[in-house]
Every structure is written in structure tokens, then in C-alpha cells.
Design a protein. Structure first.
Ligand code: FAD
Length: 474
């Protein structure tokens, strides 16, 4: 049945139901606002359907197989077989559970959900083409709008995604069989995380990265243990080489790369995964109709209330710029909803953590020592190596360290960098310390459970103060 054009109204129209949009919707519902959330594809957005959750599910599953296969030292002799189809089915089940939960929570908070594609049609008006062919459309008048349309993977010339030879991360996270060999273009966090997944699943993985380093943006001492582990897994890293193009061969593809001196190399692989970054989805919103002008990269500039240059339009999540991380979008979504409801909410980016779920993991928050110096502090640091942690030894994972950065004056915690087991979890303690204005003394004086990895955070603080017990003081 074709549904004709109808017209409705709402206090808050939210476009896109990823972590930015659905959090904004639930929070606005909790604050008794009349909210409409439009999603064109799947509730939960990239994060739940094709990003954070699926990648972490496969990282865990392939990690279990790899751990079991390499635990002779612990007296375990196993040779696990990976059934990729079964793994993908399990991952899809996890995704379904979470996306179903998001939908239920939205409804329970009174959010009006619409499946369709929205675009602006005026200052306070949007049009939504309903999902499915011949489903009609609707006009929605709104008081406030929140743009939460997220991002998509960047395509590089010559490597357009076809889902067969050239994959995006989304394709890679749904492969039903493990390719014999996989070329990964891009050694950012997505490329490195997926390199670990496929290497542990049994593929021969080669990474091509234009820059001279992997995990650019992270200091060398954080990236080095990850790169060493990749090499131990047999991953070949071609740094300083740009992927130029590919040709089909009988059993896969041949990729050509070029280094800074113009020297070309070629190598074969069954498939290529391109993970060179993401770009905002703002070009399909008819922004001219509302008078919004994205920057040259397509991002929408916002103030510390998540508000764009228009008083009644907010932008949250990846469309609002770096860092393109789910929890940053969630925070912005919450703030946008609260500001619309008249609450005194504002964004504060001093303690936004970032994690890389490689082996070992990386977790960072706040300032590095160099950033603290640049900001005018006289920083002190303390470090605890995991090889001196009893709990790390019992897990068999002792690479890495916890570093804490604090201001010499007053001892306030300014930042932390962790590389090692569960760094993605441990970094939360340092984020909390920054948020609460805790000092090195506060962290050092907090009794931590023994034996846990979290003791390394306490020891790093003690080390900065010169009285760590389980490591030599500087
Ligand atoms: P998205 O999640 O992109 O959602 C936007 C939604 O808007 C989509 O569902 C889209 O369909 C919808 N939409 C777009 N246009 C319209 C329209 N016109 N009408 C209606 N709906 C529309 N981040 C982390 O913090 N931790 C991680 O571990 C992590 N891992 C990742 C792994 C991978 C492989 C990838 C690709 C990303 C990962 N990310 C991770 C990044 C994270 O997924 C994003 O930062 C997050 O999803 C951004 O949320 P968002 O709400 O801005 O947008």
C-alpha cells in the first residue's frame, strides 16, 4: 500500500539513530520532550551494527581461539578450529540483542521512531521518505533538530568498495569465510584491530600504510608493543607505501604500492580491506534548505552546547568532528537534549578517553606529558610496567605499562597513557581521576583490589610521587 504524504509536528527531530542520536532521543524523552527519531537503516547506527560492537565481538572470539592455541606454557594443548560462519552468527546475535534494546528503550521513553530517510525542507521543516519502496513520505515540523547522521568510510581512488575484492570494514565484519590472505590499506585503529582479527583467524595479513608509522597519533612507546605483536602474529607491515591500484588475478588481486621515492611494489592477496578513515554524512541532508554550511570536510561546527551556527539546530557524534568515537557522540547527544530542555549542560572535552582494541590494548585520556608542557603545566609522570604486576603475570600478558601525568603543582591528574592488558578498561580510572580533580596522592591512597591490573594505576601514581613499592622509583 502506498501511504500518502502526511504532515506531523515534534519538539525535537533527531536524524540518525547511532550512539549520538539514540542517546539524545532517550535523554530528551526522559526530560519530557516530544521527540521524533528518524533512522534510515538500523537503530544503533554504525557503532552497534557495523563498528564498535561487531569488531569487539570478533576480536574477543578470535582472541579466545588464539589464546587457547598458544597456551602450552600454561599446560593447555589445544588446536581450535575457527568456524567463521558460526562466529558471524554469534556476533549478529549480540548485535540484534543490543539494537533491539535500543529500540525498546527509545519506545519506553516515549520516543516516536520513524524508519526512513530525512532531509531538511525549510527552517523548521524536514521531509522523511519512509523506508521500503512505495511507502510514501511525511513532512515534519520541528522546534529543534539534532543532526546525528554519523560517518561513512572514505574511498580512495582506484579502490572503490565492491564487497568482493575491495572491502570496507563493514564488509570485513560480515565475511562468512576467512580469506587465505588479506591486504589491509591503512594502519589506523580500525585497520590494526581488524588485522589482529584476521591474522588470529588464520589469514596471511599484509598492511599497507602511506605514513612511516602505524597508529599515527599515538606516541611511539604506545604503538611499538602493538606493532611487535602484529609482527609476532605474522602480519607484514609495509609502512611509507601508498596503495595505488589493484588488478584481478586468477585467485584474487594484485596490489600496487608506491613509496615516497616513487618506487613501486606489488603483492598478491585474496581480498583488500580499505580502512583509511571516515567522512561525515552531511551531503544527503539538503542543508541549504535550513541554511547550514558544513566545513570543507563536511563536518558541522558546534559550540560547547553541541549547537550549530543555527540556534535551533544541534549536531552530535561523528558529524560534529573529531574524535570520531561513540562515547564522544553519546556525551554530545546527552548535552544537546539537556540544553534543549533548558538544563545547564555543556561539553567538556578534557577527559574523553580513546582505546585501541589490539593486542596489547591502548587506552589514553587527557594530556600526554608533552601536551601538559604545551598547556603551561610543569608535569610529573609516573610509570608502572605490567611485567611487575602479579595479575598481569597470571594472565600471561605482561607487555606494556601504565603512565600517569600530573601537574607538579598541586599534583592534579592531567592524563594517562596505557598500553597493555585491559587498557581500554583501566583508562576509565584515570578519566574519573581527571573529572573529579583527583591528585596523585588521591590515586595512590586508594586501596585497590589485589591481585588486579588496576593496581598498576595506583603504582604509577605512587611512582610519580617517588614511593612505588613494586617498581623502582625514578
Ligand atoms: P553513526 O553510528 O554513524 O549513526 C548514524 C546513523 O544515521 C546511521 O544509522 C545512519 O543510517 C543514519 N542516517 C544517516 N543519514 C540519515 C538520514 N538522512 N536519515 C535518517 N537516518 C540517517 N568508536 C568507539 O568509540 N569505540 C570503538 O571501539 C569503535 N570501533 C569502531 C570500529 C569500526 C569498524 C568502525 C567503523 C567504527 C568504530 N567506532 C568506534 C566509531 C563509532 O562507530 C562511531 O564514532 C559512532 O558510530 C558514531 O556515532 P554517530 O551517532 O555519530 O553515528
Amino acid at each position: 500500500m502506498v501511504v500518502g504524504d502526511i504532515s506531523t509536528g515534534t519538539d525535537v527531530l533527531i536524524i540518525g539513530a547511532g550512539p549520538g542520536g539514540y542517546v539524545a532521543a532517550i535523554r530528551a524523552g526522559q526530560l519530557d520532550l516530544d521527540v521524533t527519531l528518524v533512522e534510515r537503516e538500523a537503530f544503533g547506527g554504525v557503532c552497534l551494527n557495523h563498528g564498535c560492537i561487531p569488531s569487539k565481538a570478533l576480536i574477543t572470539a578470535t582472541g579466545i581461539a588464539h589464546e587457547a592455541a598458544n597456551a602450552e606454557e600454561m599446560g593447555i594443548h589445544a588446536d581450535p578450529a575457527i568456524d567463521m560462519g558460526g562466529m558471524i552468527e554469534w556476533k549478529d546475535g549480540v548485535v540484534d540483542q543490543l539494537t533491539g534494546g535500543v529500540e525498546k528503550l527509545c519506545k519506553a521513553n516515549g520516543v516516536n521512531l520513524i524508519e526512513g530517510t530525512a532531509e531538511f525542507a525549510g527552517n523548521h521543516k524536514a521531509r522523511v521518505a519512509h523506508g521500503g519502496q512505495g511507502q510514501g513520505s511525511e513532512s515534519i515540523e520541528f522546534e529543534h533538530a539534532i543532526v546525528a547522521t554519523g560517518s561513512r568510510p572514505i574511498e580512495i581512488p582506484g579502490f572503490e568498495f565492491d564487497g568482493e575484492h575491495v572491502l570496507s570494514s563493514r564488509h570485513a565484519l560480515s565475511l562468512e569465510t576467512v580469506p587465505d590472505s588479506l591486504a589491509i590499506v591503512g594502519a589506523g585503529y580500525i585497520g590494526m584491530e581488524l588485522a589482529g582479527v584476521f591474522a588470529k583467524a588464520g589469514a596471511d595479513v599484509t598492511i599497507v600504510e602511506m605514513l612511516d608509522e602505524a597508529l599515527a597519533g599515538y606516541t611511539d612507546d604506545l604503538a611499538a608493543p602493538v606493532v611487535d605483536n602484529m609482527e609476532e602474529l605474522g602480519v607484514e607491515l609495509h609502512l611509507g607505501e601508498a596503495a595505488q591500484g589493484w588488478n584481478e588475478t586468477g585467485d584474487g588481486i594484485e596490489i600496487t604500492t608506491e613509496d615516497a621515492d616513487g618506487e613501486e611494489s606489488t603483492f598478491g592477496a585474496e581480498k583488500a580491506l580499505v580502512a583509511v578513515g571516515r567522512e561525515p554524512v552531511t551531503d544527503t541532508l539538503n542543508l541549504e534548505a535550513i541554511g547550514l554550511d558544513p566545513d570543507e570536510d563536511g563536518f558541522l561546527a558546534t559550540d560547547d552546547h553541541a549547537r550549530t551556527e543555527l540556534d535551533h539546530v544541534y549536531a552530535v557524534g561523528d558529524v560534529a568532528g573529531e574524535p570520531l568515537l561513540a562515547h564522544k557522540g553519546m556525551k554530545e547527544g546527552r548535552v544537546a537534549a539537556e540544553v534543549i530542555a533548558g538544563e545547564p549542560a555543556a561539553l567538556d572535552y578534557q577527559a574523553v578517553p580513546a582505546a585501541v582494541f589490539t593486542e596489547p590494548e591502548i587506552g589514553t585520556v587527557g594530556m600526554t606529558e608533552a601536551e601538559a608542557e604545551e598547556a603551561g603545566f610543569s608535569p610529573v609522570t609516573g610509570q608502572m610496567p605490567f611485567r611487575a604486576s602479579g595479575r598481569a603475570l597470571t594472565t600471561g600478558h605482561t607487555d606494556g605499562f601504565v603512565r600517569i601525568v600530573a601537574a607538579e603543582e598541586g599534583g592534579f591528574v592531567l592524563g594517562g597513557q596505557i598500553v597493555g592488558p585491559d587498557a581500554s578498561e583501566l583508562v576509565a580510572e584515570l578519566g574519573l581521576a581527571i573529572e573529579l580533580g583527583a591528585t596523585l596522592e588521591d590515586v595512590a591512597a586508594t586501596v585497590h583490589t589485589h591481585p588486579t591490573l588496576s593496581e598498576a594505576v595506583q603504582e604509577a601514581a605512587e611512582n610519580a610521587l617517588g614511593h612505588a613499592i613494586h617498581t623502582l622509583n625514578r
